[in-house]
Design a protein around this ligand. Sequence first.
Ligand SMILES: Cc1cc2nc3c(=O)[nH]c(=O)nc-3n(C[C@H](O)[C@H](O)[C@H](O)COP(=O)(O)OP(=O)(O)OC[C@H]3O[C@@H](n4cnc5c(N)ncnc54)[C@H](O)[C@@H]3O)c2cc1C
Length: 470
Amino acid sequence: MPQPDAIVIGSGPNGLAAAIALGQAGWKVTVFEAQPTIGGGCRSAELTLPGFVHDVCSAVHATAAASPFLRTLPLSKYGVEWIEPPVMVAHPFDDGTAAIIERSIDATAAAFGRDRESYTRLFGGLVRSWPRIEASVLGPLRWPRHPFAMAAFGMRALRSADGLARSTFSEERTRALFGGIAAHGLVPLDRPLTAGFGLVLGAMAHIVGWVITRGGAQKLTDALVAYLRTLGGEVIAGHRVTSLDELPPARAVLCDLSPRPFLQIAGSRLPSSYRRSLERYRYGMGVFKVDWALDAPIPWRAEACSRASTVHICGTMDELNRSEHDAWAGVAPERPFVLLVQPTLFDPSRAPAGKHTAWAYCHVPSGSKVDMLPRIEAQIERFAPGFRARILKRAVASPADVEAHNANYVGGDIGSGVCDVPQFFTRPTWRTYSTPVRGLYICSASTPPGVGVHGMCGYFAAQKALADAR
Ligand SMILES: Cc1cc2nc3c(=O)[nH]c(=O)nc-3n(C[C@H](O)[C@H](O)[C@H](O)COP(=O)(O)OP(=O)(O)OC[C@H]3O[C@@H](n4cnc5c(N)ncnc54)[C@H](O)[C@@H]3O)c2cc1C
C-alpha cells in the first residue's frame, strides 16, 4: 500500500467527513472499515425481502442537510437528493387525531390553539437566530461569535424538555409533541439540556426539513466516498483494525470510534490518566430496532400521520416520561416511546411497486435482552389498527445486535455515549478531539457536537490535525 498522510479508522459519516476535510487540504487518506459495507450509522440494506431497502441505522438526515460542512460538498453531483415530506413529524393521540410539524412555522402553529403564539415566538426566534448560532451549536465549546444570540439560546437549551414544555405550552398536545422531539437525545426529559435537543431538532424541521435521502442512507455514504476518491482518498472495507501497531506510518491517525473500542486498539499507547478518563466515559440507554416489509402503507387512524415521514408514538407527555425513565433506570418500558419512519410513502424507489417499508426503534436499558417486538407493534397497532395484518416480514435488532453491527454503540447506545450536562461539552474528555499521543485523534460522535449524521465531529478533528501539523 502507498504510504498515506493520514489514516482514518471507521467509515461512519464523521470518519468520511474527516477524510474529506484532510483530502481537501491535499493529504492522501486511507480509511479502514471493519464491516464489509461502508458507512457505519449511514447504511442501507435489504434486511427483510429482496427489493425492500431499509436504513440499517440513521433514516432522517435533517442534520446532514443542515451541516455547515456537508452542505459545502458537491453531494448532489454524486447522487444525493433530499426528499422533504409534507409533514416533518406527526404525533398521534388516542382520540384519533395527531399534532404535526410542517415546514412553515405559521402553518404549524395555526393548529396549536392556545399555544399558537408561544410556538411562533419560540421557534420563530430560534429560526431567525440560527445563522448566528449554528457554528456554536454544531461545534466544540468555544467563545461564540454572537454571544447574545447564543446566550438567549443557551438559557433555554440548558433547561429540561419537560420544564420548558410545561412553562411554554398550555396544551398537552403541544407539550407531548415537543417532548417526543427532545427524546431523540436519549436522556430522560426532566434532565437539564434535554430542551436543547427539542429546540435544535425542532428548528431543523423549519430550517431544512426532516428530510430523507432518496434511495436510502447508503446513497449519502456512497456520495461521500465518491467525492473522497476524487481527492485521492480510499476506503478499505472489511478490515477491522485491532491495534494501532498494525497501521502503516502516517502523519495522523483519526479514530471514528467511541471510547471503548478506541481503548481496545490504542489503550497500550495511552498514558494511564487519560486511559482512566476514557474508562469513566458513560454510555446510555440502548435501542431495540425493527424494520418491516409491508404489503401496504400503515393504516393510521389520524390521516396526518400518512403525510409524515416520522411518527412519534407515545401519546401523552406523562407516558413519554414514564417510558424514558424506565429505560434509563434499567426497566424495559411496557408502553415504549416508538420513533417510526415510513420512507416509501415519499420514496417508492425503496420497495417493489405498491409495497412499503417501515423503520422504528424504542429506547431500552443498555444491553437489554427483553424482546420489545410485541410492545413496539402493540404501540403502532394502538394508533394504526390493522398494522400487523400488513406485515410481510420483519428484521429485528436487539441492543446486542446494534453493537455487533457497530462497535461504537456500546450496549446499543446509538448516541455513542450519554449526552447530558457532565458529558456534553467535553466529550469524551476535556481534550475533545486530541489525545495525549501526538498525531492521534478521536473524530466520532463521542466528540462535539455529538450524535447525528452531520460529519461535524470529523470536520473539527481534521482541522485540529491540520493545525497541529502546521
Ligand atoms: C438505529 C439507529 C438510528 C439512528 N437514527 C438516526 C437518524 O435518523 N438521524 C441521524 O442523524 N442519526 C441517527 N443515528 C445516529 C447516527 O447514525 C450516528 O450518530 C452517526 O452515524 C455517528 O457517526 P460516526 O461517524 O461518529 O460513527 P459511526 O457511524 O458509528 O461509524 C463508526 C464506524 O467505525 C467502524 N469501526 C468500529 N471499530 C472499528 C475498527 N476497529 N476498525 C475499523 N472500523 C471500525 C464501524 O464499523 C463504523 O462503520 C442513528 C443510529 C442508529 C444506530
